[in-house]
Design a protein around this ligand. Structure first.
Ligand code: PLP
Length: 387
């Protein structure tokens, strides 16, 4: 709840729990959809960032489509009322069951990631007596210059069809009678704050499009994926990402053909800042080396980003007095893993057992990546408009 007062009763709730600021979520969706509509762009929400039904309902209310990476995500999007005609299904290894289900639902497009997958979707479509619209997910070999675990568009990544196999993919698709190629799909990575990455992607797309023109292949849509980053260091001064600059970058650099639509798959940038993880300090202690540790009741099972890819989240002590002298802490969770640490050398007002901390910018890839490891409870989720 960036810059807002917390309702008094929050302080007595059992921790840990996620808290979502629904006003901020709506303001973010308002801004994103307004900026996209300026150019007639279509935005699909990447469900994997956060698939709580209440969040999905808001996405539907703002007219967003869905970007799914599993059959269950396709189902969740449909259950939230999102039309199959607005659903794209990506994923590097889709199971036969998942493909069959998506075929039955007649989704907008399968984003295909290998030549073998094209054959399999064609065969399953044949058996189901259906046709599948597909977009080829090409690996554009663009380095998003973020962490290696969240970059997906470099040449040796597992994602996408290698650039050099594009021609063969086209020929194969033309031969497979149950497939209709309707688009190209790209997604180079996540948490991208440097817009020059999107410029580079746009230029690659332009080059590919010219080449497709030469082959006489007409594509009704181009999908440039997601990846717009957010400000984890200072969520208070940038609660809503720069959607205006983001869409403008594509508008200025990517050349669409007449009638062609440009699609996006945004996850993090739509939901990260509206969520935070509240946790209580259980113990404090000092290591032999003199490091002060605050042990909290949330762990990597609730929010794995710091343990998984050294992500940093801003952490604040909500109960300590601001006048307390500030000290350096390692903030660590209860899980039996050394990587279960939220922050090293973090300056906080003197922190004691019972203090309530908040870990900010946790609305994306927070609860959706949580687990039962150590037989811990799945983290509760609370919405600001429930008070
Ligand atoms: C994860 C993912 C996205 C969303 O990425 P964000 O960084 O959250 O915007 C979009 N498209 C695909 C194919 C993805 O796998």
């Amino acid at each position: 709840m960036n810059g807002k007062r917390y309702p008094e009763q929050l302080k007595d709730l059992p921790t840990p729990f996620y808290l979502y600021d629904m006003d901020l979520l709506r303001a973010t969706l308002e801004r994103a959809t307004r900026e996209a509509e300026r150019y007639g762009y279509r935005v699909h929400y990447a469900l994997k960032a956060n698939f709580h039904p209440r969040i999905l309902t808001e996405m539907k209310r703002y007219g967003l489509g869905a970007d799914c990476v599993s059959g269950n995500e396709v189902r969740a999007a449909i259950e939230a009322g999102i039309s199959p005609q607005d659903i794209v299904f990506a994923g590097v290894a889709k199971s036969d069951d998942e493909i069959r289900y998506a075929l039955e639902q007649d989704i907008f497009s399968f984003n295909c990631e290998s030549l073998e997958e094209l054959e399999v979707i064609d065969a399953l479509a044949e058996r189901a007596g259906r046709k599948a619209r597909i977009a080829l997910r090409l690996n554009p070999d663009v380095d998003p210059m973020t962490h290696k675990y969240i970059s997906t568009g470099k040449a040796d990544n597992k994602f996408g069809i290698p650039y050099g196999e594009a021609e063969e993919a086209i020929r194969q698709t033309a031969r497979l009678r149950r497939l209709e190629i309707v688009g190209l799909h790209f997604h180079v990575g996540s948490q991208i704050r440097d817009f020059s990455v999107f410029e580079a992607l746009s230029r690659k797309v332009n080059r590919l499009q010219k080449w497709f023109d030469g082959l006489g292949v007409r594509l009704s849509h181009i999908n440039v994926g997601g990846g717009l980053g957010i400000d984890y260091d200072d969520p208070v001064s940038e609660p809503i990402p720069d959607f205006e600059g983001y869409f403008r970058t594509f508008h200025r650099n990517l050349e669409l053909r007449p009638g062609q639509t440009l699609h996006f798959e945004l996850g993090r940038s739509l939901v990260a800042q509206c969520g935070e993880l509240l946790t209580r300090v259980l113990f404090t202690k000092t290591t032999a080396g003199g490091k002060r540790i605050a042990l909290v009741d949330a762990g990597m099972t609730d929010l794995i980003r710091p343990a998984l890819y050294q992500a940093r989240h801003r952490i604040e002590n909500l109960t300590a007095n601001d006048t307390e002298k500030r000290m350096c802490y390692t903030v660590a969770g209860p899980v039996c893993e050394s990587s279960d640490v939220f922050a090293h050398d973090l300056e906080l007002p003197e922190t004691r057992r019972g203090d309530l901390l908040t870990i900010l910018s946790a609305g994306a890839y927070g609860r959706s990546m949580s687990s039962n490891y150590n037989l811990r409870e799945m983290t509760r989720e609370i919405f600001s408009d429930e008070f």
